[in-house]
Design a protein around this ligand. Structure first.
Ligand code: SF4
Length: 253
């Protein structure tokens, strides 16, 4: 992977100058380095990783481990803090876009992954939509746990268990009611990114258009005629989302 060593060095010094505190990075990290002076942390880290005066070698070592999806990233016996790795990845793969990913090919290209069972994964993606942001893609490269949260996997086709968690409760349009005194307004089933373990992922509404103003007004009428309702939960998905691939529900007429 090509990189600009000066840019990475600047990012590193800025990062440790701002966030180089035991509270954020862990006191173990500073104990290993033998310093708590923010301005010394980067040099101390490079030295501790056995790359003293060889920043190029240090960054190459970090990036090669990231490419191999090492978790945690350890160099010369020293674990590199994840927050620092995110900062490096933000420099290497900048951006703040949202991606609606439809095919395995797109997924491999956008999220830097290699699919093993393409047919099965495509079936998952057809059934349960995939949305990612540049931010979670960067995080997925550093953390296996984050990758599991957002990247599709074959096990999603296993429908054992209770597939529809809200079955049997009152539902009308955008409104759901589980309790007499509380109503849920499902204003939008879309989110900027989709968690693979979302308890609403089975919802057909995720593939439908966002509710219209008329739907919302009908739900408000229901509340008006049911005085036992004391609380309304406005939810989704992400009902307040705006962005290149999302439309706020109340924007629809
Ligand atoms: S509703 Fe919540 S859990 Fe489900 S995909 Fe959206 S953010 Fe994730």
């Amino acid at each position: 992977m090509k990189f600009n060593v000066k840019a990475l060095e600047t990012v590193s010094r800025d990062f440790f100058g701002t966030y180089g505190t035991p509270k954020l990075l862990g006191s173990w990290f500073f104990s290993e380095l033998g310093t708590q002076r923010k301005e010394d942390v980067f040099n101390a880290l490079v030295k501790r990783c056995r790359y003293e005066n060889n920043e190029v070698g240090f960054f190459e070592a970090v990036l090669s481990r990231l490419e191999k999806k090492a978790d945690p990233v350890v160099i010369g016996g020293t674990e590199i803090p994840k927050l620092y790795l995110y900062a490096l990845l933000s420099e290497l793969f900048p951006g703040n876009r949202l991606h609606a990913v439809k095919t395995v090919g797109e997924l491999e290209k956008i999220a830097f992954v290699r699919a093993e069972n393409r047919a099965c994964l495509q079936q998952v993606m057809d059934e349960f939509p995939v949305r990612l942001s540049d931010h979670v893609i960067r995080q997925s490269r550093v953390s296996e746990a984050v990758a599991k949260q957002y990247l599709p996997f074959a096990g999603e086709l296993d429908l054992s268990g209770k597939p529809i968690t809200f079955d049997g409760h009152f539902k009308s349009g955008v409104l759901e009611q589980m309790y007499q005194n509380r109503a849920i307004f499902l204003l939008d089933m879309a989110c900027p990114v989709y968690c693979r373990f979302c308890f609403r992922k089975h919802k057909g509404t995720r593939k439908e258009k966002t509710p219209s103003r008329a739907h919302v007004l009908a739900a408000v009428d229901h509340v008006r005629t049911h005085p036992a309702i004391r609380e309304i939960l406005i939810t989704g998905g992400e009902p307040c989302s705006t962005g290149p691939i999302l439309t706020p529900p109340w924007a629809a007429s």
